[in-house]
Design a protein around this ligand. Sequence first.
Ligand SMILES: Cc1cc2nc3c(=O)[nH]c(=O)nc-3n(C[C@H](O)[C@H](O)[C@H](O)COP(=O)(O)OP(=O)(O)OC[C@H]3O[C@@H](n4cnc5c(N)ncnc54)[C@H](O)[C@@H]3O)c2cc1C
Length: 584
Amino acid sequence: MTGHAQDHHHQDGHRDPPSFPIQEGRAIWGFLLAFLAYWLSHRFVYLENDPGALARASARGERVEWSSFDKFYIQAPALFLQPSNHEELIGILREAAASNQTVKVVGSGHSWAPIGLTDGVMLNLDKFNKILSIDASAKSVTVQAGIRIRDLSAALAAHDPPLALRNTGVLDRQSLAGALATGTHGTGIRYKIMSADVVALELVTAGGNVLRGSRRDPDPAMRDMFEAAVLHLGALGVLTEVSMEVVEAFSVIKRNRLLPLNTVLSTLPALAAGVDHLLVWFIPYTGTAQLVESLRIPPTKVPPTHDWGDSRKHCQNSGSTSGDEASAAQSGSSMLSLTYNKVVASLRSFSASLLLFSRPWLGVLQLRLLSAAGSFSSLFPVTYVPFWNRQVVAPALHLFAWGESFYPQGHRGIVLDDHPDCYREAEWFLPLESFNAAITAFITFLDSRRGKIGANFVVQIRVTHADDLWLSPFRREQGPQNNSHDNTGRDKTLSDSISWFVSVATLVKGFDSDPYLRAAEREVWIPNGGRPHWGKLHYLAYHELSALYGEPFEKYLRVRRRLDPQDMFMNSHLRELFFERAVR
Ligand SMILES: Cc1cc2nc3c(=O)[nH]c(=O)nc-3n(C[C@H](O)[C@H](O)[C@H](O)COP(=O)(O)OP(=O)(O)OC[C@H]3O[C@@H](n4cnc5c(N)ncnc54)[C@H](O)[C@@H]3O)c2cc1C
């Protein structure tokens, strides 16, 4: 063992990961890929539609093509419409009902499941994007449901006093209604899915009726409508308005580090309990995981210094008396040495700030590099997946997996700095007590399929607090529920396995994702009691979903049939899920 390697050993035998973790001889791949990524980043920008342009072309009678964010689904609807108020929307729905047409609303098209597709009338609610009211004392906001999450977050941050959504996923391009439709979640054992923050909503039904409901609605029918519509799958009507709980604005400090995968998997509860948001990434057939750990701190524009070895109470803004200064003062040092210490401390804090502020750019580079590496590996036969994963994809991920970053506006720190462009994804949710068995089965599954499946991209692990929503994959039937669902202080009981779930997302880049995702679903996730993300790839149909969700699923279907007796909002994907006859 070299002297350098010994530096990383503690006396107890525990080995710290090297601070710059590129393995010798492999860095060259990273740098070649950096150039490739730079080139690709100019070509692969997000391929989102311009719904306004589609609606204008459709109004001129032209045939338009809507596509999902990655152009995987390309659909030519009979009409693409963008209503801007209730009258227009109700008129469209009544006309569609009269001519027996299917209507589907699309948000930003960021779903891997074909949940919003139709060749009938496609609606987009980008013009339903207004903030209707913000009540800072009640910590609530009422908005039109077509608003994009990033716009809502920005408006809340600009409010006086500044506010924020309690949590979001790692992406904020989605429409709010779209994110709620599929149970969009972030990560953190104290944080539930976004739908859990909804307190009231408005839905326009197939018949053009405007319904308003809330969780405590005195009318049981409206209460049921609310329960079904907080996670609505786009199958009940058009969601037009949402009132949500919000929180005081916060800043985020984030760190990236590498740890052996086995260590991460065996200590996941402790790792998750130690931070506000935990995201784990690993590349199949490699033994190292990247941890992205975030802490929420009171809002500040000044990068804080933080001792990660301890809890958040040690997080403080730079500018306060440093340890060096304090000890110098205590030991009665001269004015000269005090001044010297002050200058050194300022320089140190200045360079730390530079790194903290520049780290998000490294995050962007990391994700573009990773994306390029995934695309590169898919140019070769699937047999080489383990080889390229080790030689290219993992080094590309690990190249920038170090350092801290600081986000004065906390919501920018909750989402990823960027997003790899086109890939396919499935995500499964497991109660913590099933996680060990499931992840062991998954690693065994990967080994048994070595060189036979396109497992060439990230596996992402996150954690989410349980809830009681009808169609939430994080729904807990029994057991203690911890409802201290805020970002103030830590509650030890939250590490209780009953209160949270682990999600495992499997990403595929370039290869046909079906053989990998379908086999993992059958052999790993279903046998271990997993529930799938409604907006991502899965192959479940009614009978399996009914078994996974029980009576709440049937209650949802009863509400659905009552609100949409003509099946206006159905498509073939939803019919599979609901086992409903095709009437159109
Ligand atoms: C790159 C990427 C990253 C992602 N990250 C996360 C993550 O971190 N966490 C997570 O949980 N998920 C994540 N997702 C999944 C994503 O949040 C969901 O699929 C979400 O539903 C997409 O929202 P959207 O606005 O694009 O809706 P769409 O995909 O356009 O539509 C989704 C559903 O909502 C319905 N819908 C939309 N608007 C309305 C409306 N006004 N009324 C009625 N129905 C409506 C549609 O009909 C459809 O059924 C990610 C997806 C991608 C592509």
